[in-house]
Each structure stands twice: as C-alpha cells, then as structure tokens.
Design a protein around this ligand. Structure first.
Ligand code: PMV
Length: 354
C-alpha cells in the first residue's frame, strides 16, 4: 500500500471573554443566548500546539491530548470533522507522489496530537484554544478554502468560545438569528496592535480540574436562573455596544468597569442557578477585593479582573507600570505556596514562581 504521511502544525492562543458567553439556545449547534466579546492572548503563552496528520496507513481517527489518548467519538469532535471533510479540496504533491481527491478525504483517517502549555479545564479556556487549533490545522491539512469567519462557525460547534480564538486582538462572537447557526460567527473588532499597552496577568489560583463543566453549568443556568434571562435580554446587548465603543476609544477606566461588572454578573448567574455553581473560591474573592480597593485608592481603575468557569483570576492592567505595581501587590498579599492555594502567575511571556 501507499506509504506517505502528510502533516500540518498550528498554534492557537486562548481567549478571555470580557463580556461573557453563558447559556445556549441550541446545544447541538452551540448557539448562544447573547453576543460576547473577548481578547485573544499573545500566542507566545497560553496556547495550544496541534499537529494533524493523514496517511493511508491510519485505520481510524485518533487524538492525543497532552500525551494521553482521548476519544474523538464525542458529537462535538464528530461535527467538526464532518464539516471539514465535506469542505476538503483536492490535494497534490507530485514530488512526494501524494494525490488526495475530494472524495478520498471522506475515507482517509487523521491523527491529532495536541499540547496545552497551561492547565487543562481549570477555567483557563483550554477548550477554546484546543478546538480552534484543531479546526484550523485540519482545515489547512484538508485544503479547506473557507475564510476565518466560516472556520469560526465550525470551531463554534466544537466549543462555543473556540470560535473567538481564530482571530487575534478583540473579537466579537455574534449570536446570530439563523436556526442552522450559519450567522453565529466571530468577527474581529480590533487587531492585536490596536491596544498593545494592555498587560494581562493570570493568577493561577488552582490548576485542578473544575467541578462543573461549562456545558452542564450553562444548561442548569438556562433552566433555573431568573437572572440569566434578564442578563441576556436587557444587560448584555447594551454592554456589547458600550464595550465596542470603549475598545475603539481605548478608554481603560470604562473598559475596566464593564469587564469587572460583567464577570461579577456571570458569577451572580452561577449563584442564581439551581443547584448554585461556585467557580470562584476565597482566594478569588480576596483578589477581587484587593483590586477594587486599589482602583478606588488610585481614583481611576488601573486593573480589570475577570474570572471564567474556574477560580483563576485574569487581571488586565492599563500598561506596564500598572502591571508591575499590581504584581508587587499580588506577591505581597498572595505569596505563592503559602496559606493561600495560589500556585503561580503567568505574565507576559513567561510563567514565574512555579
Ligand atoms: O466555550 P465553553 O463551553 O468553554 O464556555 C466558555 C464560558 C466562559 O468561559 C465562562 C465565558 C466565555 O465567554 O468564554
């Protein structure tokens, strides 16, 4: 039989929502109940690296995540693979003697090897980077000729927040109106150079896996929380308009106020859910108090905080000077490996104090 292997490697950074996505109106297609806005982190840290390969020698689709084999049989992986295979185009490399027709892609199997350089499923949006990277690298491998927005709609079916990781800078996920999800896509609001003095520090409060997955948490919230309805209908639409304006103007105080308020309302929805969901812990709450006090003391916000489905704090500072002062404070109040359970800080291009 033919002995060839064709492979592609890609890197995709994670993204952190500043206006949160929480709640689906369609669970299979992953269609949200509100728009969301995120910032994509620097690809040098907090990213997924994925290699995908195809060969006639492969007898089934397989995937390894951080060195361990994981199943690709889940509906979400299958949806992504099906969408990509149906859009694959002919590929030919005469030198290597490889020829794959559109039809062949349906029969060929792929192997996927993926690494996260940060804690998986600890509320650091690992699924966002992972699924975006999987879709992007497979699209390259299979010669899929679709633009980023179309790919974002495919990545969305793997993990909602993944659709926002196909772009750098500030990204909006438009909820869309169509029942088939064709208009539920990500668009870039501003590129990575637009607001490049922001510095993001992540305080890794716990690298343990979260107890409530975002999927079951969202389902419970949509079914039981009265607050989530008010949030999706009345609060988020206004915040999206404001946030777009604030990002355009690089208005840090307004950015910080909106970001913190939206994180707090998302966690309020979690508390309003039956049974209540606790993603933040005491250390998370102490970090919030510390930042709030500091911002009040300075007269105008210097740092914004936001927490996803886990206890880790994402702190966005105005500039390098504010980031340095913030870090000094954090190290003073939250020395790693003391009575708090905070293990490390991830800053700029390096992780310190492991
Ligand atoms: O895409 P998921 O299922 O990982 O859900 C992400 C939900 C939040 O991270 C809490 C919010 C967001 O918009 O990313």
């Amino acid at each position: 039989s033919e002995k060839w292997i064709l492979n592609v490697t890609a890197q995709t950074p994670t993204n952190i929502a500043v206006i949160k996505y929480w709640g689906k109106r369609d669970e299979d297609l992953i269609l949200p109940i509100n728009d969301s806005i995120s910032v994509t982190l620097d690809p040098n840290h907090l990213c997924t690296t994925t290699s995908v390969a195809v060969s006639p020698a492969f007898t089934q689709d397989r995937m390894w995540l951080n060195g361990k084999e994981v199943s690709l049989s889940g509906g979400r992986y299958q949806n992504c693979l099906r969408e990509l295979r149906s859009r694959a185009s002919d590929f030919e490399d005469e030198k290597k003697g490889i020829k794959i027709t559109k039809k062949n892609w349906e029969k060929l199997h792929v192997h996927v090897v993926s690494y996260n350089n940060f804690p998986t499923a600890a509320g650091l949006a690992s699924s966002a980077a992972g699924l975006a990277c999987l879709v992007f690298s497979l699209a390259k491998l299979m010669n899929v000729k679709e633009d980023h927005s179309k790919l974002s709609a495919i990545a969305r079916q793997g993990s909602g927040s993944a659709c926002r990781s196909l772009y750098g800078g500030f990204v909006k996920w438009i909820m869309g109106k169509e029942e088939n999800g064709s208009d539920s896509i990500a668009v870039q609001l501003a590129d990575e150079k637009h607001w490049d003095d922001l510095v993001i520090i992540i305080a890794v409060v716990s690298s343990r896996q979260k107890e409530t997955s975002s999927t079951s948490g969202m389902r419970d919230s949509v079914e039981t929380s009265p607050l989530i309805k008010h949030r999706a209908k009345e609060v988020v639409p206004k915040r999206i308009i404001e946030m777009e304006e604030v990002i355009r103007k690089r208005d840090f105080p307004a950015f910080a106020r909106l970001t913190c308020a939206d994180s707090n309302q998302f966690h309020a929805v979690c508390l309003d859910t039956l049974p209540p969901i606790f993603y933040m812990n005491d250390t998370s709450h102490r970090i919030i108090s510390c930042v709030e006090k500091w911002n009040r003391h300075e007269g105008s916000p210097q740092v914004a905080y936001t927490f996803d489905a886990g206890p880790n704090a994402v702190l966005i500072s105005h500039n390098r000077k504010a980031a340095t002062l913030l870090l000094q404070r954090l190290l003073f109040y939250f020395p790693p490996k003391s009575d708090t359970d905070l293990n490390s800080y991830v800053i700029g291009d390096k992780t310190i104090l492991k």
